[in-house]
Structures are given as structure tokens and as C-alpha cells.
Design a protein around this ligand. Structure first.
Ligand SMILES: NC(=O)c1ccc[n+]([C@@H]2O[C@H](COP(=O)([O-])OP(=O)(O)OC[C@H]3O[C@@H](n4cnc5c(N)ncnc54)[C@H](O)[C@@H]3O)[C@@H](O)[C@H]2O)c1
Length: 440
């Protein structure tokens, strides 16, 4: 099959599409292409997820506007079907890969899922099909891993046996569908001709700009944009810690800094989590050229990783004000996901906080309305506690009934890691208050 044949089938919506990896990225992408009129096959190693999708049920919790309805609709219409077997991919013209790409404890990329996907896809891939990596990967991975792995698994060279590209996703849980539809995308093709075909493909679902480029540039852009965010958050956190040390208020400082032209100080907080921001900076620098040792990006990671531990220090400090020690104190952590109104707990800052508090001898409980394990009644969980520690701005926590809680807790201490509550109101209600970035 020639590249232009794929282009024609895309234009006519007769191209058979597949998405490997049906998680936060792959599932909405599969749904969107199905909505656009394509027949889409989804492949995932998780049989439970595949069964749920084929039953038209969303396999994730959290607020995701429109996704549950769209999934039910495209499954019902027969446009989307999921499978665990790779054999069914043999009929596909275009295969998108959206498997997870974490880093290990030494911050090195872990491509086990990607390698498995490529190894299983290769033997069944139709000659001349287009394969697009949507997963976030370290710059140089298309060249150093994806191309050789797929050439070995297919027994055919790139541009002859198959076509290859990298179109990284920019979605954010909570707005998955809207992001896919509206956001600009970087479209990296192994050749300029491949990038043009990819532009025709993504134009079917994306209304934002589609910027064709090469694979290395696409890899660099994706990881750099998330490293940018991490560094900006680290700057905000550093100013927050400085404000605390000097009696300043970072929220007031931030408001006024941002009145200065060209300044957009990010939000400080109790830590950075999720599957992207804490690991993509490491991906960005994973293959840095010899003789270059990045300094700013690792420093920013260290600042952000330190924030949950700083929240633990605030708990200790507040307890001290009440004449209590941390050992034996009972703390209730409010929120275990990394993002408000989501069920995603990957790289959760709350996990680090819980571990630290436990190390210090505290008796730690957790509440989270979106995490099954922690869904019990908040007020019942708060009974007898010495400190409430707010780590996620879930909607449910904005309207905390402080008067009712005060009657239940043993010690009225509230530590706000997300600036979710008004400190004056909390103090006026008789609580000891500590907040990230708010000096005494
Ligand atoms: N979550 C986000 O907000 C987001 C945003 C932009 C980019 N990304 C990137 O997109 C990629 C996917 O992230 P995600 O959040 O969707 O991950 P996820 O863990 O939610 O989904 C990955 C899916 O791939 C499946 N999988 C793993 N190995 C497989 C294999 N060999 N064959 C078939 N299926 C396999 C898993 O079972 C899982 O369902 C990552 O590279 C991530 O960095 C994520």
C-alpha cells in the first residue's frame, strides 16, 4: 500500500483505525475517531477494561464531560470495538499507540509497555500501514527504539514496509474530549510526506492547528512543554517557601507579580503528580547529548518532590502550637488523587505525605470521594482526628462544614496544601491554620 492510498482512505473515512492502549489518552482518542465516522478497533492488555468498553461503560471514574455518553454511543453503533488480541489489527490501515511510558526510581524511561506493543504489532501489521506513537517519549526514542523495534518485528524497513510518526497528546483529565477536539497538535512524521498524511488524519478530529514537523522535534516539544510547566510550578513553590520563611503571603505576591507585563507565575501547592508532569522532565533530559549535564530541570523536580514533605512539616508545626507531638497524632488526609475531581492516583503527592506522616509516627487516615478505597464518609473519618490536611481541591472539600467538623475532631487543626479555603474564615471558626505559602 502506498502512503497516498492511506491518505485517500482517511479522506473517505474508509481507513480502518486502531488504538493500542485504552487509558486516559487512548480511549477518548478512539471514541473521537469513531464519532468522526471511522471504524475503530481498540486493543488493551487489560481484559476487564476491554469488557467494560465493549459493554459501553467507561472504565474510569471522575468527571469527564461527554465521554461516557460518547463511548456508549460509538459502541452501540458498532464504530468502536475493543479486544485483547493483537491478531485483529491485521486489517488496520492506521495504528495509534497510547500505552503508558513511566520512569523508574532512577528517573530512567520504562518502555516495557511500548516494546511489548511494538513486538506484538509487528508480526500482524499490514504492509504499508501507518503507525503513530501518541505516548510521550524521550527525544530520540523514535530513532533509537521505535523504528528498530518495528523494523525487527515486521521484518520490513520504515517507509517501505510501514510508515511512522509521532503525534504526542496534550490532553488533561477532566477535559479529555474538549482537549482532543480543540488543542493544537505537533505532528511529527518520519518523512515530510508522512507528516502530511498525519495532518489529514488528525484534521478529522482536531480543530486546532496541526503543525507538521519531524519526529525528534515532536518528541522535544512534548517533553519540553511539560518540563516548562514543572519548572514554573517549582518557581512558584520556591517563592511560596520563601514567603513562609519571611512572613509573606504567596497568594497576594502572586496576584501582584502577575500584574507586571509578561509575568504568569504558576500556582504553588502541595506537590505535582499524575502520569505526565513529574516524569516528562526526566524524559526530556534522558538522552541529553554527551558533555551536557542539565541542572535546572532536576532542581525543579527536587523542589516539587519536596512539597508533600513540607506539608508534613506544617502539620508538625501546627500540632506544636497546640502542645502536641506528631507521634501518635491522628491525621486525616483529604484527597488522594493528583488532580481535583479525577480518580487518577498516579504519582500522587498524597502518597508521599502519608508515608512521611507515618514515618513520623502519626496515625494516618485518607479520604477521597473518587478513590474506591477511601470513599467512606468524610465526617465519620474526621472523628477523633488531630489534623485535617487538604491535598486536593475536590469540589466536595470546598464546602467543608467546619462547625460540624469541629465538634468531631480531637484537635481543630487544618493544613491547606491547595489554597482551597479562606484562612481568615478557618481561623475565625476556631481552627489552627497552616497553608502552603502563607507565613505566620
Ligand atoms: N494521562 C494524561 O493526562 C496524558 C496526557 C498527555 C499524554 N499522556 C501520555 O499518553 C500515554 C498514555 O497515558 P495514559 O494516561 O493514557 O496511560 P494509561 O495507563 O491510562 O493507559 C495506558 C493503557 O495502555 C494499556 N497497555 C499497556 N501495555 C499495553 C500493551 N502492550 N498492549 C495494549 N495495551 C497496553 C494499559 O492497560 C492501559 O489501559 C503516556 O505516554 C502518557 O505520558 C498522558
Amino acid at each position: 500500500m502506498e502512503l497516498e492510498d492511506i491518505g485517500r482512505r482517511i479522506d473517505q473515512k474508509t481507513a480502518q483505525l486502531a488504538v493500542i492502549g485504552l487509558g486516559y489518552v487512548g480511549l477518548p482518542v478512539a471514541c473521537e475517531f469513531a464519532r468522526a465516522g471511522f471504524t475503530v478497533l481498540g486493543v488493551d492488555v487489560r481484559a476487564d477494561r476491554v469488557a467494560q468498553i465493549n459493554a459501553g461503560r467507561l472504565p474510569m471514574e471522575g468527571k469527564e464531560p461527554g465521554l461516557a455518553e460518547l463511548l456508549a454511543q460509538v459502541v452501540e453503533s458498532g464504530r468502536l470495538r475493543a479486544a485483547v488480541e493483537y491478531g485483529e489489527l491485521a486489517d488496520c490501515d492506521v495504528v495509534l499507540i497510547a500505552v503508558e511510558t513511566p520512569v523508574d526510581e532512577n528517573h530512567r524511561p520504562q518502555y516495557a509497555a511500548l516494546r511489548t506493543a511494538l513486538a506484538n504489532l509487528g508480526p500482524v501489521l499490514r504492509p504499508g500501514a501507518l503507525v503513530v506513537i501518541e505516548s510521550t517519549i524521550a527525544p530520540g526514542t523514535m530513532q533509537g527504539l521505535v523504528r528498530p523495534a518495528l523494523e525487527a518485528a515486521t521484518g520490513r524497513p520504515v517507509n517501505q514496509g510501514f510508515f511512522l510518526g509521532n503525534c504526542p497528546e496534550r490532553v488533561m483529565p477532566g477535559r479529555l474530549l474538549a482537549n482532543i477536539r480543540q488543542m493544537n497538535r505537533v505532528v511529527g512524521g518520519w518523512t515530510p510526506a508522512t507528516a502530511q498524511i498525519m495532518v489529514r488524519l488528525y484534521r478529522q478530529v482536531v480543530s486546532g492547528d496541526l503543525d507538521p514537523t519531524d519526529c525528534l522535534t515532536a518528541e522535544l516539544v512534548k517533553t519540553a512543554e511539560n518540563a516548562y510547566r514543572d519548572v514554573q510550578i517549582a518557581f512558584a513553590n520556591e517563592v511560596a517557601l520563601l514567603c513562609e520563611s519571611m512572613g509573606g503571603d504567596v497568594w497576594q505576591v502572586r496576584d501582584l507579580v502577575n500584574k507586571s507585563p509578561g509575568r504568569q507565575m504558576h500556582l504553588p501547592g502541595a506537590g505535582v503528580g499524575g502520569h505526565c508532569i513529574p516524569k516528562d522532565p526526566w524524559l526530556l533530559i534522558a538522552n541529553a547529548g554527551e558533555g551536557f549535564a542539565p541542572r535546572l530541570i532536576p532542581a525543579a523536580r527536587a523542589v516539587n518532590d519536596g512539597m508533600p514533605l513540607h506539608v508534613a512539616d506544617l502539620v508538625v508545626d501546627a500540632l506544636r502550637e497546640r502542645g502536641k507531638g506528631i507521634a501518635g497524632a491522628r491525621a486525616l488526609v483529604l484527597g488522594y488523587t493528583y488532580l481535583e475531581n479525577s480518580d487518577d492516583t498516579r504519582n500522587s503527592p498524597s502518597a508521599d505525605l502519608v508515608q512521611r506522616l507515618a514515618q513520623l509516627g502519626a496515625d494516618v487516615r485518607v479520604h477521597d470521594p473518587y478513590v474506591e478505597e477511601y470513599q467512606r464518609d468524610l465526617y465519620a473519618r474526621a472523628a477523633g482526628c488531630d489534623a485535617l490536611v487538604l491535598m486536593v481541591r475536590h469540589g466536595e472539600y470546598q464546602g467543608l462544614d467546619l462547625a460540624r467538623l469541629q465538634g468531631l475532631v480531637a484537635t481543630p487543626i487544618l493544613v491547606d496544601g491547595r489554597n482551597a479555603l479562606d484562612p481568615e474564615q478557618v481561623r475565625a471558626a476556631g481552627w489552627v491554620y497552616r497553608g502552603v505559602g502563607r507565613g505566620a
